[in-house]
Design a protein. Structure first.
Length: 294
């Protein structure tokens, strides 16, 4: 797979404009393995969400996780992808098991999710959590993200996303604050670059090396390509995070749960890992090892 599990950053030397391109293969296949049974059109959307989350994570200037999440009242109720500052990705989708998705072939994101919202959540390891929300008012994720950046008054940003059953890939262009070029030059190159990027074909994104795609699109511009960053699947679940979830419930509720069953099990929906907690575990969690929970 060309540029497999890599993300490339590039800059336009003639104006204040940057870009990112990512292709996920092994990491994406692991995500699909953990989300078995999804309809083909939902798999495609999940791949686009993972690619977009990876591209958006390039804007993180600190340690943390960026989450791209959509919720709606349609047959596809939830789709979510995460990427950390060190390019570890995971994702999940939830569908109505009673719906025949074969009858919905060709339906777009907006049709499958119905009335819903798209959220970008930035969760730094240290500092305050940030969340931005926009309606799902476009038929595809690229359009929703474009509207998000327009409404949030951030830097103009465009996305080109695609996936199949083996890979997910995406291209992002983002205008930068004026620094090295005039406002007119920045505007002209932004319009030119986005028009050129809009000519890229799905097959080119999925089958060609990043450098070749960028050369085909922008060979008349001065584009500087940087060393790639490796992308991998990694789930951030852990025994301690599951324990923290129990702590947030409170000791009284946890004791009530344990009274109904021998073990409390917490399943990670992203990687299917199960964490089990018995009486001794819970006593330790709540700082009372001398007492056994019953």
């Amino acid at each position: 797979m060309p540029s497999s599990d890599l993300m490339h950053r590039f800059l336009f030397d003639q104006a204040d404009l940057r870009g990112e391109m990512v292709t996920l293969s092994d990491s994406y296949e692991q995500i699909l393995e953990n989300n078995q049974g999804l309809p083909p059109q939902v798999q495609t959307l999940l791949g686009e969400f993972v690619a977009a989350a990876a591209l958006l994570s390039s804007t993180l200037k600190f340690d943390g996780i960026l989450t791209l999440q959509a919720r709606g009242d349609g047959p596809l109720s939830l789709i979510m992808a995460e990427c950390s500052h060190h390019q570890a990705v995971r994702a999940i989708a939830q569908v109505d098991p009673e719906v025949d998705f074969s009858a919905l072939a060709g339906q777009d994101l907006q049709a499958l999710m119905g009335q819903g919202m798209l959220a970008i959540i930035i969760d730094p390891d240290k500092g305050q959590r940030y969340q931005g929300i926009v309606p799902l008012d476009s038929p595809d994720l690229s359009g929703c993200l474009q509207h998000y950046f327009e409404q949030s008054e951030q830097l103009p940003t465009r996305f080109w996303l695609t996936s199949d059953d083996k890979a997910a890939t995406g291209l992002m262009l983002q205008a930068l604050p004026q620094q090295t070029a005039s406002a007119d030059d920045n505007r002209d190159l932004w319009e030119t670059a986005t028009q050129l990027a809009s000519t890229v074909k799905k097959e080119e994104l999925l089958e060609l090396e990043h450098s070749e795609v960028l050369y085909r699109l922008f060979h008349e511009e001065q584009v500087r390509l940087f060393e790639p960053a490796a992308v991998r699947f990694e789930c951030s679940c852990s025994w301690q995070r599951s324990a923290n979830a129990l702590i947030s419930l409170g000791r009284e509720d946890v004791e009530a749960l344990l009274a109904e069953q021998d073990l409390i099990s917490i399943d990670c929906q992203f990687c299917n890992q199960t964490y089990a907690f018995g009486a001794q575990d819970l006593a330790k969690i709540f700082g009372d090892e001398s007492r056994q929970l019953h």
